[in-house]
Design a protein around this ligand. Structure first.
Ligand code: NAP
Length: 298
């Protein structure tokens, strides 16, 4: 085969936010020539300078509306709390037929905060690439982040099918497997698979931080005993996670309630010396881990 470059999927893509996820997507777009022009917006000049230095942008601006003007696809890659003001700002500049998507970890909030600000003829296709690390900023991204992971699309019923297909194609080119579901279902599933584990990690690290000094130094010294894995998760961006919990309140509270009940059951089994109960709970948990490995998501 001769080296004819692949047809770009889009003319102009605007990335609003260029941190871990936005910059990883920009790297994929660059690698595979998926857009003729990548316009990047962020809040601070330092981030934009970094994006240029890394070769991730054809144009940069502190004004999201400038980036979104004439874009065929706009992807919001900021923390969720910034969505409503950004959507209010860019709405009037969007051209008919443009697609607005995002990468946020909660999906009902996108429909609530973004949809009302979009003009008629602009298609909203929310997406969540379920892949990440605890690092932030444009320098932390890498194109392979998405390889073999799931991307969940949550378009409302009646969304233009072609717009959905184009967003799907973008994430498939990033190496992702695609699932489409209802936004409410997404938020319930992610509450248990992602949001609650982060909450537990933040809490357990908080508990250790509050220990008396003589214990605290031991916690760090012997962290390889299990604590270390929680500290990695708890190193994730506090703004991003604050916004996740503020925007997925009900589903997280529901899962937290179930978790507290189960924790109480374990506590009781320990107190009563019920070894069989503990053994059964741990055995079931171990089986689930085997399922994760078999599904190649370990
Ligand atoms: P990040 O590395 O902290 O980057 C956030 C980016 O958003 C930065 O470029 C920041 O610009 C920009 N930004 C923040 N507020 C803005 C505003 N008001 N206007 C314009 N730009 C703004 O964050 P991330 O980890 O990539 O997360 C971004 C989104 O991806 C979040 O919604 C999160 O839920 C979702 N997500 C994250 C992960 C993960 O593991 N991290 C996984 C899947 C999905 P400045 O640097 O100039 O402030």
């Amino acid at each position: 085969m001769t080296g004819k470059p692949p047809d770009p999927l889009f003319g102009r893509i605007a990335l609003i936010g260029i941190g871990l996820i936005g910059s990883s997507l920009a790297r994929v777009i660059r690698r595979d020539g998926l857009a003729r022009h990548i316009a990047v917006a962020a809040r601070t000049q330092g981030t934009l300078d970094k994006a240029v230095e890394l070769g991730l942008a054809d144009s940069v601006t502190l004004d999201a509306r400038d980036a979104a003007r004439d874009a065929d696809l706009v992807v919001l890659c900021t923390p969720l709390g910034a969505y409503a003001p950004i959507a209010t700002d860019i709405g009037p500049a969007l051209k008919p037929g443009a697609i607005v998507s995002d990468v946020g970890s909660v999906k009902q909030a996108v429909i609530r905060d973004v949809e009302p600000h979009l003009p008629k003829g602009v298609h909203l296709v929310p997406a969540h690439p379920v892949a990440g690390t605890e690092h932030s900023g444009p320098e932390s991204g890498f194109a392979e982040l998405f390889d073999g992971r799931w991307c969940i699309l949550t378009p409302a019923a009646g969304t233009d099918a072609q717009a959905v297909e184009r967003v799907k194609a973008l994430w498939q080119r990033a190496g992702m497997l695609i699932e489409t579901m209802d936004a409410e279902h997404h938020d319930q599933v992610l509450a248990i698979t992602s949001h609650l584990p982060h909450l537990i990690a933040y809490t357990i690290v908080g508990t250790a931080t509050d220990l008396e000094d003589y214990l605290k130094s031991e916690v760090i010294k012997y962290s390889a005993g299990g604590f270390r894995d929680f500290t990695r998760i708890a190193a994730s961006d506090p703004v991003m996670w604050r916004d996740v919990f503020l925007n997925n309140r009900e589903a997280v509270l529901e899962m937290l309630g179930r978790f507290s009940e189960d924790l109480t059951a374990v506590q009781r089994a320990i107190r009563r010396g019920e070894g069989d109960t503990l053994h059964e709970i741990f055995t079931r948990a171990r089986e689930l881990r085997r399922g994760v490995i078999a599904a190649k998501q370990a």
